[in-house]
Design a protein around this ligand. Structure first.
Ligand SMILES: Cc1cc2nc3c(=O)[nH]c(=O)nc-3n(C[C@H](O)[C@H](O)[C@H](O)COP(=O)(O)O)c2cc1C
Length: 188
């Protein structure tokens, strides 16, 4: 089949849906962020690409910290709201029950099955967004979301995003074992 060039406004499939938490002028604020990834092995570093016009960058800079919270499907409406409305216009601090970890300045969401507390390491400015690189200094979950001590995606029930059609999707069934199934093709 012939490949069709669909243009350059292209994305990864799917993207995680997260809520980035920060303290802006002392008030907890949460924004939806899908452009986020683990970017370093050891120490564990996350990168979040955030538009410089948003309210969140001010809080990250002020406190040199942020959190990345993974919402479950039940939090879809509140998560979307956090992606529609700026903390500059509306107070988003009362949407969730908030807790803090060791940094004391990265607000995290009690209702989320997984919350990652990050210490800001570096900011890489790009034309519209800045890449906020933060070292994970704490990861918080609950027994009910874990299997053998590790976060279990079935129990966490997160949702993912596709762009540019802008739709949320549920996560499906496991399909294979990573770093294992490919061994079948090893030569020799
Ligand atoms: C599902 C979803 C994902 C989003 N991902 C990002 C992102 O990765 N980076 C970004 O800068 N904005 C992203 N946004 C937009 C911001 O969340 C939105 O502009 C938000 O209101 C900014 O909040 P703040 O001004 O309080 O920081 C996303 C919005 C939605 C709905």
């Amino acid at each position: 089949m012939k490949k069709v060039n669909i243009g350059t406004n292209a994305f990864l499939y799917p993207m995680p849906v997260t809520l980035v938490g920060s303290l802006v002028e002392g008030r907890p604020n949460f924004m939806a962020v899908a452009w986020v990834s683990r970017v370093n092995s050891m120490p564990p570093i996350l990168g979040a690409a955030i538009n410089q016009r948003h309210h969140t960058p001010q809080g990250i800079q002020e406190n040199q910290s942020f959190s990345v919270n993974i919402p479950s499907l039940e939090l879809m409406e509140k998560t979307d709201y956090c992606g529609l409305v700026s903390g500059r216009e509306q107070d988003k601090s009362d949407l969730f029950e908030i807790f803090y970890g060791e940094l004391k300045t990265a607000p995290m969401i009690q209702e989320c099955p997984l919350c990652l507390e990050c210490k800001l390491l570096q900011v890489v400015p790009l034309p519209t967004n800045s890449l906020y690189l933060g070292e994970i200094v704490g990861a918080y979950s609950e027994e009910r979301y874990l299997t053998d001590g590790k976060p279990d995606i079935r129990k966490m029930n997160p949702f993912v995003l596709t762009m540019p059609d802008n739709r949320y999707w549920k996560v499906g069934d496991p399909a294979g074992s990573a770093w294992t199934i490919g061994k079948n093709l090893k030569k020799g």
